[in-house]
Structures are given as structure tokens and as C-alpha cells.
Write a protein of this length. Structure first.
Length: 433
């Protein structure tokens, strides 16, 4: 009787699993087909509906350099809290310079295709590095690239994040596989295009990867040297003296989901317009960043470690990078795909019961960034915020916009606790030997 009862149960579970995989495959095919039309074919037919306002700054910088001007000529950090003009490091200006050779429509199409290619490639690398081989990793990667709202935001607005995401994905693979120098070089290139990946040097230092650390820093220095012949020393100086101070100030605009953004909203600082510098706020934000990176440093360790744990270390570093940044706009959380996949890999390796809290934190972050933000925050504009500012509900309502940051922080804590637990277990087993 017991055997007769057990057979149907064991048969139903695989059937449900097959149905789930079929549904996943159908979903992946559907979103990929839709994306192929929206982002690959429609631009060729003149039907692409993206605003691409962020890309306009890149193209403007390229055309400015072609005319002999600085890429930062149109930068203005005082117009609004989101700034205007090109605000990337000199090496990024060097990379966008060839866009000036193309017409506006061709440049938009090329950049859109590049963004899609980088995101898909990055998602495939992340899935194949962090997820179990038995999982439908390609289907999951395609869904991540075409259904995760922070990722798709970049396609419609022309952001630089897909390029950084691909570099981080490649660095993740090198980090898990123990390739020290290549990991350092890839992180250095990412930091040369966008400053925030610089903080990931904490991973290299904690593992004792001195050659990787040197490779990362030398790559950053080499990137600046490569940009000087194109824009001159004055262009580099403009970035350091004018652009960087604006990038490192605190802003509480609702799309900023770093810890600095959260703390700025608590203080109602620079939400709708640029506010004066606050020494107290700056100190608190700096301390929060130091604590975040310090926690990351604590749980990473040198020596042998399971690949799932190495992936979780890198994922933890990526969340720390987003939280510790002075500015982490909503589309920057495309990079959250790395810690989400790392959490899934760790749960798969250790089991749901052991990592239940980590799984819950990952699902919460996925729901907030993938569903809540695009459904609620995406439809709110500056005029709506100005109207709300005049009411008594302003400050309480403003704090609700920090829910995404809190979800990311919860994921950071859950990943950190899981890694700290294995670190403690490893230390204990080492002491017994």
C-alpha cells in the first residue's frame, strides 16, 4: 500500500516540473519575440518609440568632441537634481566618440542594438556562472534581459548600464573561476566608464589578490591616459573639478535608490531642486557607505570556497556598490540581476530550508524592482511631485519611495548573513583541524 501511494506522488512532481519548464520556455520565447520586434526590427522601420533622452547626452558629447570642444561643455549640475549633459569619466567619452561618425538615426539604432546585445550576453554569462546546470538557464537569462524592468528601462532611454552590466558579468565569471588579473582588468574598465565599480576593489583586497588589485588600478590609470590625446588635460580636469563634485553630492530624488538617496529623503534634502551642502548628511551617508563596504569585507575570505559562495560574494559586492553610491538611479539596478542569481545559486546549493530567509529576501527584491517600481514609480513625474510637495502628506509619502532601497538592503543583509554563517562554520572546522 505504501509503495502504491508513493508512486503517484513521485510522478506528479516531475509532471508539475515539466509543466513549469514549458511555461518558462513559452514565456521566454514570447518576450524574446516581442523584444526582437521592439528593439531590433522596429528601429529599422522607423517605429521605435523610445525617448532615448539619456543617449542624447552621449551623442552630444561625441559631436562636441568632433568639433573640438570638451565633452563636458554642456554639463550643468545646478539645473536640477538629475543634472544635464555628459557626466561620465573621460574614458567613457573616448568610447562614445565614434558615434559622431553616424547620423542621429543610425547612432540611436546602433546604441540600442549594443544595449540589447550587452544585456543578453551579460544575463547568459550570469546564469551560466551562478545557476545550476540542471536549470533552464538560457530561458531564465532571456526573461531577465527582456522582462526585468530596470534592464528594459535602458533600452527605452539609452542608458550606459548594459555595457557596465556585461563587464560586471565577465568579472563575476573570472572571480568565481579564480582568474585574478582578468577580473581586475574587467573591473578597472567598468570603473573607467562609471565610477561606482571602483568599490569592488574590496573583493580583490579581501581575497589577497594583489596582482588583481594592481591590474584594476593600472587599468583605470591607463584609461585616463588614453583619453588625454582626445580631450586634452583640460577635459580631464573639468571632469575632476566640475563633474565629480556634482556626482558625489547627496540627492533625494525618488529614482535615487542608494543609501544616500534614502537618507536624503529622510532629511527632505535635494528632492525637487538642488539643495545646499549638509555636512551632517554627508557624514552620515559616508558612514553608511563605510559600514556597507566593511560588512562586505568581513564576509569575503581568501582561500578555497565553494563556487556558489564565491558568486554570492561578488553578488554582495554588487549590492554594496549600488547602496554605497551617492547616486544609484533605478535603471542602475539592472546589476541586481547578479546578486539575485547568486542568491538563487546559493539556495539551490544549500537547500530551501537552510536559506529560506535569503530566498524570501531575493523574491522581495525581485517583486519590488520588477513589479512595484514600474507599476507605481514609473508613472510619477516632476509635476506630480511638486503638487504633492504642497500637501501635509509630502514627507510620509516621500519615504515610501525608499522601499526599493530597503528591499536591496534586505537582500544585502540576507546574503551577508548566509556568507557569514559559512565563514563561521569554515573557521570552526579549521580550528578543529
Amino acid at each position: 500500500m505504501q509503495a502504491a501511494v508513493s508512486r503517484p506522488r513521485s510522478g506528479r512532481a516531475p509532471l508539475r516540473l515539466r509543466h513549469g519548464r514549458l511555461l518558462l520556455r513559452a514565456s521566454a520565447i514570447a518576450v524574446t519575440a516581442l523584444a526582437a520586434w521592439q528593439f531590433l526590427l522596429a528601429p529599422l522601420l522607423g517605429h521605435f518609440g523610445g525617448r532615448f533622452e539619456d543617449f542624447a547626452a552621449y551623442l552630444g558629447a561625441a559631436r562636441g568632441m568632433a568639433a573640438g570642444h570638451s565633452p563636458y561643455a554642456s554639463f550643468d549640475g545646478n539645473v536640477s537634481v538629475v543634472m544635464t549633459g555628459f557626466d561620465y569619466p573621460p574614458f567613457a567619452a573616448l568610447l562614445v566618440r565614434p558615434l559622431a561618425l553616424l547620423s542621429d538615426s543610425n547612432a540611436v539604432t546602433l546604441w540600442l542594438w549594443l544595449s540589447v546585445a550587452c544585456t543578453v550576453a551579460g544575463a547568459l554569462i550570469v546564469a551560466r556562472t551562478l545557476l545550476p546546470r540542471s536549470w533552464p538557464r538560457t530561458d531564465i537569462a532571456l526573461l531577465a534581459a527582456f522582462a526585468f524592468a530596470p534592464a528594459t528601462y535602458n533600452y527605452w532611454h539609452g542608458q550606459m548600464n548594459p555595457v557596465i552590466f556585461l563587464l560586471l558579468a565577465l568579472a563575476l565569471r573570472g572571480y568565481v573561476q579564480g582568474r585574478e588579473v582578468s577580473t581586475g582588468v574587467l573591473l578597472g574598465v567598468a570603473a573607467a566608464i562609471k565610477l561606482s565599480p571602483l568599490v569592488l576593489v574590496v573583493l580583490l583586497l579581501r581575497r589577497g589578490w594583489w596582482r588583481g588589485t594592481a591590474a584594476m588600478l593600472l587599468t583605470v590609470v591607463a584609461s585616463v591616459a588614453a583619453a588625454i590625446p582626445v580631450m586634452g588635460v583640460s577635459g580631464v580636469r573639468t571632469f575632476v573639478d566640475t563633474v565629480m563634485p556634482s556626482l558625489t553630492r547627496e540627492t533625494g530624488w525618488i529614482y535615487n535608490q542608494s543609501l544616500g538617496g534614502l537618507l536624503s529623503r529622510i532629511g527632505d534634502h535635494s528632492v525637487l531642486q538642488v539643495g545646499g551642502a549638509s555636512a551632517l548628511l554627508h557624514t552620515v551617508v559616508l558612514l553608511a557607505a563605510v559600514v556597507t563596504l566593511g560588512a562586505c569585507f568581513f564576509v569575503v575570505r581568501a582561500g578555497r570556497r565553494d563556487p556558489a559562495e564565491r558568486g554570492a560574494e561578488f553578488g554582495l559586492g554588487v549590492v554594496a556598490m549600488l547602496l554605497a553610491a551617492s547616486i544609484a538611479w533605478y535603471p542602475h539596478f539592472t546589476h541586481l540581476l547578479i546578486p539575485l542569481a547568486a542568491a538563487a545559486g546559493l539556495v539551490a546549493a544549500r537547500g530551501w530550508r537552510v536559506e529560506r530567509r535569503l530566498a524570501q529576501a531575493a523574491l522581495a527584491a525581485l517583486a519590488v524592482f520588477g513589479l512595484l517600481v514600474p507599476l507605481v514609480v514609473a508613472d510619477i513625474d516632476m509635476n506630480s511631485m511638486v503638487s504633492l510637495h504642497a500637501s501635509a502628506a509630502w514627507w510620509p509619502a516621500l519615504q515610501l519611495f525608499s522601499i526599493p532601497c530597503l528591499a536591496a538592503a534586505l537582500l544585502f543583509v540576507a546574503l551577508g548573513r548566509s556568507l557569514a554563517r559559512s565563514r563561521t562554520a569554515g573557521c570552526a572546522s579549521g580550528s578543529t583541524r
